[in-house]
Design a protein around this ligand. Sequence first.
Ligand SMILES: [Fe+2]
Length: 270
Amino acid sequence: MAVSNDRTLDLDRDSLVAWYLRNRERSRRLFDLIDPDVYYSRPIALRNPIVFYEGHLPAFSIISLINRGLGRPGIDGRLERLFARGIDPDTVDSAAPRTGASTQWPSRQEVLAFGRAADEVVLTALREAPFVEDRPAMQHGEAVFTALEHEAMHQETLLYMWHRLPHAHKHRPVDLAYELGGTPAGRETVEIPAGDATLGADRAAGRFGWDNEFGLLRVSCRPSTSTSTTSPTPPFSSSWRPAATPGAICGAATSGRGCRPRASATRHSG
Ligand SMILES: [Fe+2]
């Protein structure tokens, strides 16, 4: 673990505020897509009911940024505990009690009020709180970026949960526009020159990333060709093959010349 110090983080607060507001607006629009009748349902058995996620997003921002990052109290200990844990249950059986009598989910009005209160506290912190690396959670601004990235990450989760809901319980977005007509994009061959591909990042570089993004791997790729648009299934399946060398991370290109890990490829563990 990095050693705490008093270094002030040079973060662009306006960008952080805009990022947070963008996240919240997108979440609002996602929850507006579903029928209130399914708010307490669980479209995926191994996930929490929908109500949980509307509370979990602001609760996690409070926990990550306000509690862990700044060492400040939250706004509602009961709701923050209820909405803290977003990890999937191990089994359907262990998940079941969460929708039973033992779990008293708050009304939607209460969840929304909690979200508004959390927004106010988080936005004030993003605008004015001292961002100093004086706590382990604030190293490299981790508490800030964890909160911001977490909400966007869950938006993907919400979308595939919504996908399981019956159509009758979903609304079409008010500004949805289908791209119909027009000329399909043409397909052309793209030459990809030889070069190094870098995957992941070195934790010591001090940039934010989730655990599974760390470990730097650099591979040397030979020249290859590809097509500029997604291939229909038959050409894709007949042309793309996994590289033969164990551990290779690039698929073979249409030319059959793929990538191989460089002999000296180094994995840096955090
Ligand atoms: Fe979460």
